[in-house]
Design a protein around this ligand. Structure first.
Ligand code: SF4
Length: 102
């Protein structure tokens, strides 16, 4: 069993056929730390084996993404991470700190 959740609604792209309901970097929202902590506790409670993370674009919420990945270690496997590849493009500034402004 695997649960998929959107860590952020923000996306750096504006694909006309987007089926994720993504929003701009300015308008979109990301899950706050407290809500991610609550989700992780719920996953642990039910013994969920696996989660998939999507968005929006998960890497524009880099700080929250890295924090969740670190805290999930040993609790639930992150078996899928859907991305548009921003982290491999020239648009990517490269550091978690710089991406927190997204
Ligand atoms: S990259 Fe993905 S989430 Fe972003 S607008 Fe395009 S389809 Fe939607």
């Amino acid at each position: 069993m695997r649960i998929e959740f959107e860590i952020t609604k923000k996306c750096n792209d504006v694909c006309p056929s987007c089926g994720m309901g993504a929003q701009s970097l300015q308008a979109g929202r990301s899950l706050p730390d407290a809500q991610l902590d609550h989700l992780l506790a719920e996953f642990a409670d039910v013994g969920l084996p696996s989660v998939a993370i999507t968005g929006g674009e998960p890497f524009v919420a880099m700080r929250a993404l890295l924090r969740f990945m670190s805290q999930a270690r040993g609790i639930v496997e992150i078996s899928k991470l859907t991305t548009n590849g921003i982290w491999g493009s020239r648009l990517w500034t490269g550091s978690p700190a710089s991406s927190t402004t997204w």
